[in-house]
Write a protein that binds this ligand. Structure first.
Ligand code: ZN
Length: 203
């Protein structure tokens, strides 16, 4: 599906719950994927590409909001198939050791990004550090389009923005609350929220 008036294509999490939302951003023939998803995401990726009129080799960058398996398990397969580069927070590699929900990303990370880093394309995405749900969690702000890719730091439920559940092994409550507040404060300038699960919200 395409978000109207943007170059963002997306697929929601699948019914098994093993996948997150996956976003494909196209800039001409250059593609960037946010959170390829969990296991068995292959068919979903190809459907997404075909809806966008794109092909696997167009994907140059894979961005991970965090290392939880439902967002990151398919990153390595996507990287290998597309010959793309994987970007995540520097702690994404070590998070796996402390958290049974996380993938070990040590050996697939190509680039690390931190608060304020700007990806050169498409649309100059800015990296926001939003730890709490997991130590390595990052979100992305697309200023030109007024879009926040919140990952699991801020969720959409029944048409409302909500905190992610705190009863998750990797979660540090205080940090999760601060990160949520940080994203809520940005919502006025970023009215389109693309979360890690469920539906996109245009506020
Ligand atoms: Zn998560």
């Amino acid at each position: 599906m395409r978000i109207p008036e943007t170059n963002i294509f997306y697929k929601k999490a699948d019914p098994t719950g093993l996948c997150s939302c996956t976003y494909l951003l196209m800039d001409g023939k250059r593609g960037l994927i946010i959170d390829p998803g969990g296991l068995n995401a292959r068919r979903r990726l190809f459907r997404l590409l075909s809806e966008a009129g794109s092909k696997l080799s167009d994907i140059e960058i894979i961005l991970l909001t965090h290392s939880h398996f439902d967002h990151a398990s398919f990153a390595n397969a996507t990287k290998l198939m597309a010959d793309a580069r994987v970007y995540a927070h520097p702690t994404a590699g070590s998070t796996a050791h402390a958290n049974p929900l996380s993938e070990n990303l040590y050996w697939i990370l190509d680039e690390t990004v931190r608060e304020g880093d700007v990806l050169p394309w498409p649309g100059r995405l800015t990296v926001l550090e939003t730890p709490g749900h997991s130590p390595d969690h990052i979100s992305f702000a697309w200023k030109d389009e007024g879009v926040l890719f919140s990952g699991d730091a801020m969720q959409v439920k029944n048409g409302h923005l909500v905190m992610p559940p705190l009863l998750i092994p990797s979660t540090i409550d205080g940090e999760a609350k601060s990160s949520y507040a940080k994203l809520i404060a940005m919502n006025r300038d970023y009215p389109t929220i693309c979360p890690g699960h469920r539906d996109i919200l245009r506020t």
